[in-house]
Design a binder for this molecule. Structure first.
Ligand SMILES: Cc1ncc(COP(=O)(O)O)c(C=O)c1O
Length: 376
């Protein structure tokens, strides 16, 4: 019996503690966590820099809202802009990925005065009314009587369909450069470039949802840098504050100037503890040179994982999809029995690996050994 609403499929694991890339259950059994609670534990568990930042922030000023200036919030925003590709000039802090995307759409509607959005099949953008309207498969759980905007769906990677979909009524094109829930599917660079060209040509806003693929996960600060295409709005969350709830919307100056007092808002977004962690996460990624590590170890995983139960690897950096010979849910259970946690995907034949950026060679060895030991 539980007092919690029963809306989650649960996995048979009860973690009580985490340290580095490891999770421990009550019996002391250790699991290598290559999933991080839906891609959130970006720096693993109990990173000393995050613990220190959180404690200092909590002791100094537990909470204050956005109607007062906070030096730590200002620093976090500057740090995030410095981490992002050039071209962004403002940050709006929120609490989650859905909220970042919801506000991205709102900004696009306000700035263009247009009603339509173009989205990509397979996308997951969150569960709020606007973000879910542009999320594939939402019919099963949407719940609202109608979507707030007309949505044109473009098949994954189809440049011709994208070019045909964007027109003078389009407020925004929203996409994940690497689709997460779909199974770590990287959109071709040609598609991202076409999205940039089409939105420029028609005066629409290009939104990158980097809630899952941002914050170093691809081996680049953001996937935007990896593909060389800079959107007008960039939404990020998940590992942004290393596990503390936080999201952010980065805006180009041309869009930031379209907004005035009262156009956006949040009570908790940009709270002192969240932003102290944002600042620290960026600092740790840079000072510990984690992006180089992600690129090197990702190349190892890609090169060595294929064989046995894995037939192919897709995705980028530490957002990898392993195509499996057997249903992913069975492979996940087998891996769990061998002390490795990974995630599923909307594609039932894809296992998702989202390990922390602090991974080391020995952990990669262990993941590879685990995969080899699983029956094909
Ligand atoms: C790409 C992407 N966008 C948005 C979201 C929604 O984020 P949140 O659950 O923090 O609202 C997710 C969550 O899985 C995601 O993967």
């Amino acid at each position: 019996m539980t007092a919690l609403l029963d809306v989650y499929h649960q996995i048979p694991l009860e973690p009580v503690r985490g340290e580095g890339p490891w999770l421990f259950d009550a019996a002391g059994v250790r699991y290598l966590d290559a999933y991080g609670g839906h891609a959130v534990a970006l720096l693993g568990y109990a990173h000393p820099r995050l613990l220190a930042a959180l404690e200092t922030a909590a002791r100094t000023l537990f909470f204050q809202s956005n109607v007062v200036p906070l030096a730590v919030r200002e620093r976090a925003a500057e740090r995030l802009l410095g981490f992002a590709p050039p071209g962004f000039s403002k940050v709006f802090f929120v609490n989650s990925g859905a909220e970042a995307n919801e506000n991205a759409l709102r900004v696009a509607f306000l700035a263009t005065g247009r009603p339509n959005v173009v989205a990509v099949e397979g996308a997951f953008h969150g569960r709020t009314a606007g973000a879910a309207a542009v999320t594939a498969g939402r019919e099963k759980w949407y719940g609202f009587p109608a979507a707030p905007c007309p949505v044109t769906w473009v098949p994954f990677g189809d440049v011709g369909a994208l070019e045909a979909a964007v027109d003078a009524r389009t407020a925004a094109v929203i996409l994940e450069p690497v689709q997460g829930l779909a199974g770590a599917r990287e959109l071709p660079r040609s598609f991202l470039e076409a999205a940039r060209r089409a939105t420029e040509r028609h005066g629409a806003v290009l939104v990158f949802d980097e809630v899952q693929c941002g914050m170093g996960r691809t081996g680049w600060p953001f996937a935007a840098q990896a593909c060389g295409v800079t959107p007008d709005l960039l939404a990020t969350a998940k590992g942004l504050a290393g596990g503390f709830p936080a999201g952010a919307l980065l805006l180009r100056e041309s869009l930031a100037t379209c907004l005035g007092k009262g156009d956006l808002g949040t009570t908790f977004g940009g709270g002192p503890m969240a932003v102290a962690l944002v600042e620290t996460v960026v600092d740790v990624i840079e000072s510990e040179r984690l992006l180089e590590r992600v690129r090197r170890l990702s190349a190892r995983l890609r090169a060595e994982a294929v064989g046995g139960v894995v037939t192919a690897v897709q995705g980028a950096g530490f957002l990898l999809g392993l195509r499996t010979t057997r249903p992913a849910k069975d492979v996940l259970a087998d891996l769990r029995a061998r002390g490795i946690l990974a995630g599923g995907a909307a594609d039932p034949q894809v296992v998702r690996l989202l390990p922390p950026l602090i991974l080391e060679d020995e952990h990669v060895d262990r993941i590879l050994e685990g995969l080899r030991a699983v029956p094909a």
